[in-house]
Design a protein. Structure first.
Length: 210
């Protein structure tokens, strides 16, 4: 039996995964977490065969959380289930130590196939993304500017481009307004972007917001 830890800040998403998994006889949702802190707590308490992880959650999320899990529990496979389909994001996640990547628009049978493969030592990349990743890796010297960003900076870029204010972002990420402003200024400098409007246009043009 594959014991699954489902980490997603949306209750409806967690419930949907539980309903899909309930139809199988070899996978069970052993626990669920709504934020990074809860993930850390659960992993210290008990063992799992696979973590199904949403990239964007309050507090610790994305690559930061994957790196923590890899450092503390290197044997635990991590399958990312995300709405983001940007090749640069997928590559960043896999380099951090995730075992697989699947977008949320896939069918339930694709999710179950990915769970079974990654939980038993294999790797899985969403077939729709594999070709795009291959082509993205073949354009040396033409990498998009957002690849220069840290995971936190990329997260703030997405939230800002969704129309959230500095205060909203600070509250969602549990950090100070000053820290958000510093990250935003730094990411704009790295990308050579000089206005908020230009930042939003870039994010939309590169599929960084849905």
């Amino acid at each position: 039996m594959i014991r699954l830890l489902v980490a997603d800040d949306h209750a409806l998403m967690r419930e949907g995964v539980k309903q899909i998994v309930a139809l199988s006889d070899d996978v069970v949702v052993a626990a669920e977490a709504e934020n990074g802190a809860r993930v850390m707590e659960l992993l210290r308490e008990r063992a799992f065969d696979l973590m199904l992880l949403d990239l964007t959650m309050p507090d610790v999320s994305g690559v930061d959380l994957i790196c923590w899990v890899q450092a503390k529990f290197p044997a635990l496979p991590i399958l990312v289930l995300s709405m983001h389909n940007e090749p640069a994001v997928v590559v960043r996640v896999l380099r951090a130590g995730a075992t697989g990547y699947l977008t949320k628009d896939n069918d339930p049978q694709d999710l179950m196939a990915a769970i079974r493969k990654t939980a038993t030592g294999g790797q899985y990349i969403d077939p729709k993304l594999a070709e795009r990743i291959a082509f993205a890796g073949s354009t040396d010297g033409q990498a998009p500017r957002h690849q220069r960003l840290t995971d936190r900076e990329l997260h703030i870029l997405r939230l800002w481009s969704l129309g959230k204010s500095i205060n909203n972002i600070a509250e969602e990420l549990a950090i100070s307004n000053k820290t958000v402003s510093t990250h935003k200024a730094r990411l704009m400098e790295k990308m050579g972007i000089h206005s908020n409007a230009e930042l939003v246009r870039y994010a939309l043009a590169h599929g960084l917001v849905d």
